[in-house]
Write a protein that binds this ligand. Structure first.
Ligand SMILES: [Zn+2]
Length: 169
């Protein structure tokens, strides 16, 4: 799946659920992380056997969620409770530790959604297996860069815009 498609699907899901701009921006940044980190670690030409392995392993991100919860439960509580969310107007008054865990929470959710989105265009490692090098989880509903992906991109872009419109109208 292309980055722009990851961004609009994740943006739509997180904004519609959270109704919060900061959470959505963080999740959109996270929505390209599993691929971006591969470029950083392995270089521009990623060997095929390394693509979609460790950094596309859901278990790793679930572990990060548990760790930030154990470290800053209140930050995760604010990220998940609708009436505690951090708005652009209140961001300056939030302690940095709480804000950090809030932003990381949504970033990690974005990365997890990326993996689920990849799992419908091919294979990723099984979340419940420690063998993250074996990519055999997922079904290819459509190909990356295909007409179907383009249609999905357009549909989710429209949904995303409508969702933002309904929130702020
Ligand atoms: Zn990917």
């Amino acid at each position: 799946m292309r980055w722009k498609t990851h961004k609009v699907i994740t943006g739509f899901i997180v904004f519609t659920y959270s109704k919060e701009v900061i959470a959505t921006i963080s999740a959109i940044l996270g929505s390209v992380f599993p691929d971006a980190i591969e470029f950083l670690v392995y270089g521009r030409k990623i060997p095929l056997w390394k693509h979609r392995t460790l950094f596309h392993w859901l278990f790793l991100y679930a572990l990060i969620l548990v760790l930030i919860f154990l470290n800053t439960p209140y930050g995760v509580l604010r990220a998940t409770c609708i009436n505690l969310r951090i708005h652009p107007g209140t961001i300056g008054r939030v302690p940095i530790r709480i804000l950090g865990s809030y932003l990381i929470f949504w970033f990690v959710i974005g990365a997890m959604l990326h993996i689920l989105e990849d799992a419908i265009t091919g294979k990723v490692p099984r979340p419940y297996s420690f063998n993250y090098k074996r990519k055999d989880w997922g079904i290819e509903l459509f190909r990356t860069g295909s007409v179907i992906e383009w249609i999905i991109f357009v549909v989710f872009s429209i949904l995303f815009v409508l969702s933002v419109y309904w929130r702020f109208r």
